[in-house]
Design a protein around this ligand. Structure first.
Ligand code: ACO
Length: 382
């Protein structure tokens, strides 16, 4: 008896395909709502910490004080890099793009993890914790290396945001800056089956390993249509330079059918709720740090885009105001996407765990549009 396979559905870009189930984040793109495990993102940004948010995403509930303490201690206990990683950071060309450096260094962590190929849920969570805990030291110290500065080791008494900024700048951040980064890490931690998460899931669904999955995801996040957009936003703000140049710049761009970075989203056709929060936050930080002009230009871009394309559901996304926020924190523009990696590892690892718990190989089809029944012409007769 032959089995009749169901007819495949053609769905370019998988825009209308639900590929699996997840209990981590929920998005209502029409209403502009994002929840992690049922809790509104705004409420988490106001009240939670990145470490607590990771616990929520991975364990499906908010921790008790004791649980949070133990979880945080476990993460901090894994901050230190395996010794050979310091030489590897030092061997990366100083002009390398930080996303290339991040992808290479995160991938190399697998070489020093005896559990790299253990697929058990327990080992997978331990690997997730190591990835989460060690990536900030890789990024911050690559930045120090390229600027000719001495390495700074992570401080296990600090939370992830504070430890990262301390390594990066060689001195502890102010509480405001540490909290600003912590909030950004919360807001970027997970977002359903976005492109990088999906890339990671394709990898883990072959029963490859967590390091390979996260490396695939980093390569995918790098693109300017995804995580790379925040860096592109700052380049655009720089290029515009003054508030009275905004209208012409944006309208010319739209006339040329070019994309305005930091706007539009595959799922949100309403205001991205992460951008709602970040907009207020970016303004406050810009005022505090004397970066008002950057904020004013951003705000003006939003107005012009609103008049031109809001009716089509093209509104600011998380990358638009996170760019201004990161700039006000004093972060180098090309570190914006690596910092996104630091946060989104939470989502990637959580989704990989869900996939491993009920795995099915992810393998869509393509519509063949080439010719059939062609003769093979010997090379001398072509
Ligand atoms: N600027 C101008 N026009 C846009 C923009 C934009 N940022 N985004 C979408 N459009 C237009 C398209 O040109 C297209 O117009 P048309 O129908 O006249 O051809 C229409 O809106 C639909 O666009 P699609 O590309 O089909 O929509 P899709 O869902 O595939 O795109 C995407 C989503 C890739 C994010 C898109 O909005 C974009 O390129 N934005 C800019 C890059 C960006 O900010 N990425 C970050 C996203 S958030 C994140 O990944 C963390």
């Amino acid at each position: 008896m032959t089995t009749v396979a169901p007819k495949p559905v053609f769905d370019k870009g998988l825009a209308n395909t639900i590929a699996s189930e997840s209990a981590m984040s929920w998005i209502d793109g029409q209403a502009g709502v994002l929840e992690y495990v049922g809790i509104d993102i705004d409420s988490l940004a106001r009240n939670s910490t990145f470490e607590e948010t990771v616990f929520l995403l991975w364990r499906g509930k908010l921790p008790t004080a004791t649980e949070l303490d133990a979880f945080t201690t476990t993460i901090q206990g894994q901050y230190e890099l395996p010794e050979p990683m310091w030489d590897l950071i030092g061997s990366i060309p100083v002009d390398a793009g930080p996303m290339h450096a991040t992808r290479t260094l995160v991938s190399a962590l697998a070489l020093h993890d005896p559990e790299a190929d253990d697929p058990s849920p327990e080992a997978s969570e331990r690997k997730g914790i190591r990835l989460l805990a060690r990536t900030p030291a890789l990024i911050a110290n690559f930045d120090r290396h390229r600027n000719g500065r001495e390495f700074v080791k992570p401080d296990p008494s600090q939370n992830m945001a504070t430890s990262f900024l301390t390594m990066l700048n060689g001195k502890p951040p102010t509480d405001t800056m540490a909290r600003a980064l912590d909030v950004c890490l919360i807001l970027h931690a997970d977002h359903g089956f976005n492109a990088s998460t999906f890339a990671g899931l394709v990898t883990i669904s072959t029963l490859s390993d967590m390091y390979s999955a996260v490396t695939s995801a980093i390569g995918t996040l790098k693109g300017p249509l995804h995580g790379g957009a925040n860096e592109a936003v700052i380049h655009m703000l720089d290029k515009i330079g003054a508030i009275d140049k905004v209208e012409k710049y944006i309208r010319d761009k739209l006339d040329r059918k070019e994309r305005v970075m930091g706007f539009g989203h595959r799922v949100y056709k309403a205001y991205d709720p992460r951008a709602t929060y970040l907009k207020t936050f970016a303004k406050q930080l810009a005022d505090d740090t004397g970066n008002q002009q950057l904020y004013e230009i951003s705000n003006r871009i939003e107005q012009v885009m609103h008049e031109a394309v809001a009716a089509k559901g093209i509104l600011p996304n998380v990358d638009f105001y996170s760019a201004t926020t990161y700039y006000s924190i004093g972060l180098a523009t090309d570190l914006f996407t690596p910092i996104f990696v630091m946060s989104r590892i939470a989502g990637w690892v959580g989704h990989c765990q869900e996939q491993l718990a009920d795995n099915k190989l992810i393998r869509p089809r393509c519509e063949y549009v080439g010719p059939h029944e062609m003769p093979y012409v010997p090379i001398g007769e072509r």
